[in-house]
Design a protein around this ligand. Structure first.
Ligand code: SF4
Length: 410
């Protein structure tokens, strides 16, 4: 049992729903807004010459990305890797930012088909109490990690906003860079978490295909497609400094979803120009429930997609987690990817507490400890980075009242 005081989540749900820019139906708002629509580029055909031009593009756009994601580009992995590596070195040096996830709770009333802790799984449930969380934080701190992502399932009485507020404030006593990967919230709720030390939010859309989205999310708040699309903007207006987006590769046509991810990132960068936007490349992993993807993405395709996004979004951190096998992570380090999780656990706690026998959300593949993983990076000439900011970073970001001004003469 948690020591923290759970409160009814109904009021927060209502507030959250009010914030969705598109009204939701029973099955949830399910329109793909124009600013995300990838259709104009999705069915273009590209020649080898088109792909070669795209690899060298100075001002990449949606058409560039569509060419690099296309089947025609699969024959150009080597030159794509070389360009991706050069861009990565120019913008991130020979470094790799490290972070680790910490599951606070695996209680969930959601019905996501691809998830090992969905409500209808016979999962062992657990939620960290304050003493357990402090134990976990001490164990993570002892590993010298300085960036943390706190995770839960859907909004539940066991893990609601007041619980998260308490967890963030405790985690922030130990680690400066505390992020969350939880349920979508209202702007005011994000503000509450930013005020106690939360600096960033990770929120994958899972898929940007409304029909697939509806099929994958059988019930629960997560069926509201549009509320989820709008959540990154709410998080940034609520004071978060960084936002991580992505699609769960395998659910729908990955080219469709990655064009949407690109457009989503560009939209956020344009509208929240001070924010840090990152993109992750999660693939479906084995999980309790045995879901198999309709659009499997093999390792070669994953590499192509990472190179394509790196070439088209040179300055954005690209993230690869321990979901991936070590050969993929070793191969991608420095070739586009600039941030990786390490020593991850996907059970509740698992770093130091006695609740590590809870069911994991999915299996992780790269189980190396930090010394072994850092040795691999250094052997490739890449320096692991545990911390690259100072305490001033904690100050919540303020966007709403700011106007873009320029000191340059007209
Ligand atoms: S993906 Fe998240 S919301 Fe869906 S069932 Fe799993 S924990 Fe719950």
């Amino acid at each position: 049992m948690t020591d923290f005081s759970p409160q009814s989540s109904q009021r927060h749900r209502e507030e959250n729903n009010l914030c969705a820019s598109v009204a939701s139906s029973v099955a949830g708002g399910k329109e793909l807004p124009d600013w995300l629509n990838p259709e104009p580029w999705l069915n273009l055909e590209f020649s080898a010459a088109d792909v070669q031009r795209a690899i060298g593009a100075d001002s990449p756009n949606e058409k560039t990305l569509a060419a690099l994601l296309s089947p025609a580009a699969a024959e150009f992995l080597e030159p794509m890797a070389q360009r991706a590596q050069a861009i990565t070195r120019r913008h991130f040096g020979r470094t790799m930012k490290l972070y680790t996830p910490l599951y606070l709770s695996n209680f969930c009333n959601g019905g996501c088909l691809y998830c090992g802790i969905a409500a209808d799984r016979r999962a062992k449930r657990a939620v960290l109490n304050e003493a357990q969380l402090r134990h976990e934080m001490q164990a993570i701190k002892a590993m010298h990690l300085e960036e943390l992502v706190l995770l839960t399932g859907e909004r539940m009485p066991e893990a609601d906003v007041p619980y998260l507020e308490k967890c963030v404030s405790i985690a922030a006593e130990y680690i400066h860079n505390v992020n969350i990967e939880v349920f979508p919230m209202a702007e005011a709720e994000y503000r509450r978490l930013a005020d106690v030390g939360c600096t960033g939010v990770t929120l994958y859309q899972e898929t940007y295909d409304p029909a697939v989205y509806e099929k994958m999310h059988r019930w629960g708040d997560k069926r509201d497609f549009s509320a989820r699309i709008d959540a990154p903007g709410r998080a940034l207006r609520g004071g978060m400094r960084t936002i991580g987006i992505g699609a769960l590769l395998g659910l729908a046509d990955p080219r469709h979803d990655l064009l949407c991810v690109y457009r989503h990132a560009k939209y956020l960068l344009k509208n929240y120009w001070q924010a840090g936007v990152s993109i992750s490349f999660p693939r479906i992993r084995p999980q309790l429930g045995g879901f198999q993807p309709d659009h499997p993405v093999n390792e070669k395709m994953l590499a192509q997609f990472i190179f394509a996004l790196r070439i088209c979004l040179p300055e954005i951190p690209l993230v690869l987690s321990t979901r991936e096998p070590r050969r993929v992570r070793d191969g991608m380090a420095g070739l586009g990817i600039s941030k990786m999780s390490v020593a991850s656990k996907t059970t509740v706690g698992g770093y130091g507490s006695d609740s590590e026998d809870s069911t994991e959300q999915f299996e992780i593949d790269d189980n190396r400890d930090i010394p072994e993983f850092c040795a691999m990076l250094r052997a490739k000439g890449i320096e692991p980075v545990f911390k690259n900011w100072d305490a001033a970073y904690r100050e919540p970001a303020r966007y709403a009242s700011q106007k873009l001004t320029s000191s340059f003469p007209a």
